[in-house]
Design a protein around this ligand. Structure first.
Ligand code: FAD
Length: 332
């Protein structure tokens, strides 16, 4: 199988499993590879990489390149960048997609510097528009007021891509592919920073619910005050939903930034998003637009949120809360 000049995805592992954004990127990578009759390769590093290789193929890759080295046990961007740079130097991918996670952004920046490559950060879409292998990357600019198209001249075309944009393919364990183990000399990779220990902190319960819940309730400035926000939070708990807020509630110090929804907060893609007292500013919209169904309650019939909500109630959110709670509980 020819692995050179192809579409590559850097596959990030979390507790030995493929991270959600890696699965999404394997799906998008498959589409790009098919568009140019190319091979899709997943590059997976670290402890458990060999075990994860079969999943890389099950989610759409034709081949998995594995680098399993004790130096890669915990993420250290300097060491990881050295490993990825070495593999990229050998196989010369045309494209390398990296999830825009904290570690992915760190890795992307270091790779760009190490290999002297252009890097398009935090893309929300990518496609071929011409007839050659040049990709058009799309990312928000000016805090989401504009979307810009960016082309990169260097190879591999390197980009970090936000999560919850693409859906990824369903796992297909009947898929087969090649697994190649690479050995990289990682001596001397440690840079100015060095990870000397690693302690995992339990995720904040609210944050966890927000990211994984099928239903998310969002509270906006329309709640009036902190008491109003707590009523909305109690409503979210009563219907078993995750709870998030718009930026002004964080700015007021009522909750932490970890549950802010929007372009500078969390991007979510639940089955249902219920926006209560949220106007629907573009910076908020960009965080929720991947929800399957958006229901908005706002007392202003002209609020922008009604332009992208699937269902809307024009009225006072506090009057709507008990009705919504009763109806949702009946459905559940
Ligand atoms: P408002 O715009 O004030 O809207 C409140 C809404 O509540 C109004 O539509 C009103 O009609 C309605 N309302 C009032 N009372 C009631 C009631 N009793 N019942 C029903 N409806 C009622 N915002 C984010 O959310 N997330 C981000 O990540 C984000 N990032 C940003 C980044 C930058 C750089 C900038 C400049 C801004 C960002 N913002 C972000 C802020 C964004 O521009 C908006 O200001 C913000 O989303 C507005 O929040 P809101 O809808 O809660 O408040």
């Amino acid at each position: 199988m020819e692995l050179k000049q192809n579409v590559w995805v850097y596959v990030e592992l979390v507790d030995g499993e493929l991270s959600p954004v890696s699965i999404e990127l394997l799906g998008k990578g498959r589409e790009l590879a098919d568009a140019r009759q190319n091979t899709l390769v997943g590059l997976v590093l670290g402890k458990g990489a060999a075990d994860a290789a079969k999943d890389v193929i099950a989610y759409g890759a034709d081949a998995a390149v594995v680098v399993d080295d004790p130096a890669l046990e915990t993420f250290d961007s300097a060491v990881y960048a050295k490993a990825v740079a070495a593999v990229a130097g050998k196989y010369e991918p045309s494209v390398l997609l990296i999830g825009a996670t904290n570690n992915g952004r760190d890795l992307g920046g270091r790779l760009s510097a190490a290999l002297n490559l252009g890097l398009v950060a935090d893309c929300i879409d990518v496609r071929y528009e011409g007839s050659d292998d040049t990709l058009t990357w799309i990312r928000p600019a000016y805090t989401g007021k504009l979307f810009v198209k960016i082309l990169t001249k260097t190879r591999p075309q390197l980009a970090t891509i936000s999560g919850k944009i693409f859906h990824g393919n369903a796992k297909d364990t009947s898929r087969t592919g090649e697994v190649i183990t690479e050995t990289v000399d990682l001596g001397g990779a440690a840079a100015a920073q060095r990870v000397t220990g690693f302690q995992e902190l339990p995720p904040d319960q609210l944050e966890l619910n927000l990211e994984s819940a099928d239903i998310v309730v969002g509270a906006g400035r329309g709640v009036g005050d902190e008491e109003g926000m707590k009523k909305v939070q109690a409503f979210a708990e009563a219907i078993g939903a995750g709870f998030g807020v718009s930026k002004p509630l964080v700015d007021n110090g009522w909750v932490g930034h970890d549950i802010q929804i929007g372009i500078t907060g969390k991007k979510i893609a639940p089955k249902v998003y219920i926006a209560l007292g949220i106007s629907g500013a573009i910076q908020h919209k960009l965080g929720v637009q991947e929800a399957d169904l958006i229901i908005a309650v706002n007392k202003d019939a002209d609020a922008p949120i009604f332009q992208f909500a699937h269902y809307g109630i024009v009225g006072d959110l506090f009057e709507a809360l008990p009705v919504l709670e009763e109806e949702i509980k009946k459905l559940k």
